[in-house]
Write a protein that binds this ligand. Structure first.
Ligand code: TXD
Length: 319
């Protein structure tokens, strides 16, 4: 059977890391696409030359023509510009919205059957626009943020308790921004919820609140350390987990930005919720019970996403 074809739209920091992880995990052949000519080809060649040493078989090619992504089974989108000094959030939104228009048209023409994972910021608005521009089924277009935010929380909890990250599970829902919602009840160590761990004296409520805040600020913490650019290893690993669940029909339960059709009282908005990803794309949206303060935070998060969508509609009224 032919290997799956995975198109990476955007061959920057995350795009290159995605290609490397996909190779190492032998998930399929990779096409790196970027508007900057030479970069995708250079990264693909460099990675292909690493394959004999690392011992993986995959075709890796670069392109600056959309025809190169033809027939892709999965498209992972990181194309766009990151924020630079002096740029407002709306400037970023405006530029990346135009990028989503091009990417949506390219995917629609050349890879209309693909499972599409959007990573570009501002995530909840960009994935919404990408689905509209591409006209692809909602269940086949998903945004990556929750897996990353939850991974950060899992890492902080595992370090706090000095236990394996494997035994920590966590759910961070809502939009990908300051209003994200970490769920204490659904954050567990070997199945023991965080509030019970507080009762058992493992930690304090104050400490839990500090860890939640560090999770919300997780992206900024990395940006401040790196000075140029944002996180890319953990974002790439998170998107690969989503792609793998689709390609292997693993039906993993992952927090992702999914288009809601009334769940959580929200319609036609992409927002982070737990979903099942399998061979049919988003196969199920899971509606968990939210405690009152969490529900209020979730609603605040939805309102923040609404603001971004309205900004998109001011720029492209047809959306
Ligand atoms: O959780 C999350 N969703 C995120 C999102 C976590 C971390 C970073 N997040 C966002 O991902 C970040 O704010 C950016 O919007 C994207 C990509 O991050 P990356 O670090 O990979 O950015 P780079 O290195 O700048 O790469 C972007 C590439 C770059 O090579 C550009 O030349 C290319 O995008 N680009 C384009 N490719 C195709 N088509 C168009 N129009 C285009 N414009 C720029």
């Amino acid at each position: 059977m032919a290997r799956p074809k995975i198109a990476l739209i955007g061959a920057g920091q995350i795009g290159g890391t995605l290609a490397h992880l996909i190779g190492l995990k032998e998930l399929g052949d990779v096409v790196l696409f970027d508007v900057v000519e030479g970069v995708p080809d250079g990264k693909a060649l460099d990675l292909a030359e690493s394959s004999p040493v690392s011992g993986f078989d995959a075709k890796l090619v670069g392109t600056s023509a959309y025809a190169g992504i033809k027939g892709a089974d999965v498209c992972i989108v990181t194309a766009g510009v990151p924020r630079k000094p002096g740029m407002s959030r709306d400037d970023l939104l405006e530029i990346n919205l135009k990028v989503m228009e091009q990417v949506g048209a390219g995917i629609k023409k050349y890879a209309p059957k693909a499972f599409v994972i959007c990573i570009t910021n501002p995530l909840d608005a960009m994935v919404w626009a990408l689905q509209k521009f591409s006209g692809m089924p909602r269940d086949m277009v998903v945004g990556m943020a929750g897996v990353l935010d939850s991974a950060r929380l899992r890492h902080f909890i595992a370090s706090e308790f000095d236990v394996s990250v494997e035994d920590v599970s966590a759910f961070v829902l809502g939009g990908h921004g300051d209003t994200m919602v970490p769920l204490a009840q659904y954050t567990t160590v070997a199945g023991i919820p965080l509030p019970d761990l507080v009762k058992m004296g493992w930690t304090t409520k104050k400490r839990v609140d500090e860890i939640f805040q560090r999770t919300r600020d997780g992206g900024a913490e990395i940006v401040n350390l790196l000075k140029t650019g944002s996180a890319f290893y953990a974002p790439a690993a998170s998107a690969v987990a989503m792609a793998e669940s689709y390609l292997k029909d693993k039906k993993r339960v992952l927090p992702c930005a999914a288009c809601l059709k009334g769940e959580y009282g929200v319609k036609d908005r992409y927002i982070g919720v737990p979903v099942v990803i399998g061979a049919k794309g988003i196969e199920r949206i899971i509606e968990v019970n939210l405690a009152k303060p969490e529900r209020q935070m979730f609603e605040k998060s939805v309102a923040a996403v609404d603001g971004l969508i309205e900004a998109c509609q001011r720029i492209v009224p047809a959306l």
